[in-house]
Design a protein around this ligand. Structure first.
Ligand code: AMP
Ligand code: MG
Length: 324
């Protein structure tokens, strides 16, 4: 299958392009589209055949469930059993990089949920994504639009590189804003809300609205979030984390690429320096893809110095890329 690319105005998406994309979703096909986090690989979440195609296109293990993208809170209510805390967070934050795991209603096929009794829902903050979900009149299941294990795509070219000939259409809406995936919380039990995956919405913001700390999944609930079991976000070169400057003595700087906020050493042949944690997050995955095309033998990534705000998600993705 030839993958077509349509470029859209993200402030005012072309209606005919959105209709064409919605038709593909409704006939069981796959469409990649931008969100505020990363590009998603979308199919009809209520059609098991579409969902099987998503897993196949990505090479994703079928026990790793998908996030259902909705265009409003009512649509979420039709899919999962919301509780007051979930409603409160959805009302305050959505559209946002916040995914809520809740008990699933029967309307969601088991394949979409990876066989679990819960499902993950989110309303993305991107006009193209929202227009597509509305036009398709169905929730759209969408993992990141990369081959399983590869860095998530933050622009349409990266989607094309991984997905050409595997999906029907790519909606190109430019670079994504945040650059890391959504924050996933398990809110099945409102008395004990768990942070399953740090992401684009910081823990601090969620905790201050809930007036409580988010719990850490124990090994049982970690099993319930299968995505956290797999190696992720990895470029084709080995990734090493630089936690202390003195670690540089152990590394071969002359054959390494560097990514980080502080220019720690001038001798790296290639380096990508960001001026803030937000821009580091925005450019991490694109940076991995850029560096793996260079003549270097490894990628050295600076460890963010504290764990606040976006840094918690950044640290998580860096660790996974390094296979820690
Ligand atoms: P992705 O869309 O590939 O960025 O990943 C979605 C994340 O949400 C993965 O880590 C999944 O394991 C997680 N997820 C999706 N559905 C559920 C669920 N029902 N329970 C727990 N985690 C989920
Ligand atoms: Mg992913």
């Amino acid at each position: 299958m030839m993958t077509q690319i349509l470029t859209l105005n993200k402030w005012n998406p072309e209606r005919d392009y959105i209709s064409r994309a919605a038709e593909i979703i409704n006939s069981g096909g796959l469409v990649a589209f931008p969100t505020e986090t990363v590009y998603g690989l979308g199919g009809d979440a209520l059609n098991p055949e579409s969902v099987k195609k998503i897993y196949a296109a990505k090479g994703r293990p079928s026990d790793n469930p998908l996030i259902l993208h909705v265009s409003n809170i009512n649509q979420a209510e039709s899919l999962v059993y919301m509780n007051d805390s979930a409603r409160k967070l959805a009302k305050i934050f959505w559209p946002a990089p916040l995914t809520l795991v809740l008990p699933a209603k029967n309307i969601i096929p088991s394949t979409t949920r990876g066989g679990l009794s819960t499902a993950a829902v989110r309303m993305p903050d991107n006009n193209i994504a929202l227009a597509l979900i509305e036009a398709a009149k169905t929730p759209i299941a969408a993992p990141s639009a990369n081959l399983s294990g590869r860095p998530s795509p933050t622009d349409s070219q990266s989607v094309y590189n991984d997905m050409n000939n595997r999906i029907d259409l790519i909606l190109d809406g430019g670079k994504t804003g945040i650059g890391l995936e959504s924050t996933v919380i398990d809110i099945t039990n409102p008395e004990k809300i768990l942070l399953l995956r740090p992401g684009g919405l910081s823990r601090e913001l969620i905790e201050s609205e809930l007036n409580t700390r988010l719990g850490i999944p124990d090994s049982n609930s970690a099993k319930r979030s299968p995505g956290t079991r797999y190696r992720h976000y990895a470029p084709s070169l080995p990734v090493k984390i630089l936690r202390n400057e003195s670690d540089l003595d152990l590394l071969d700087i002359k054959s390494a690429g560097f990514m980080g906020i502080h220019e720690i050493n001038k001798n790296f042949p290639v380096k990508i320096i960001f001026d803030s944690p937000e821009n580091f997050a925005h450019g991490l995955f694109a940076g991995f893809r850029e560096l793996e095309s260079q003549k270097i033998s490894c990628i050295i990534v600076e460890w963010p110095r504290d764990n606040s705000g976006i840094n918690e998600a950044l640290r998580d993705r860096i660790k996974r890329a390094a296979g820690e």
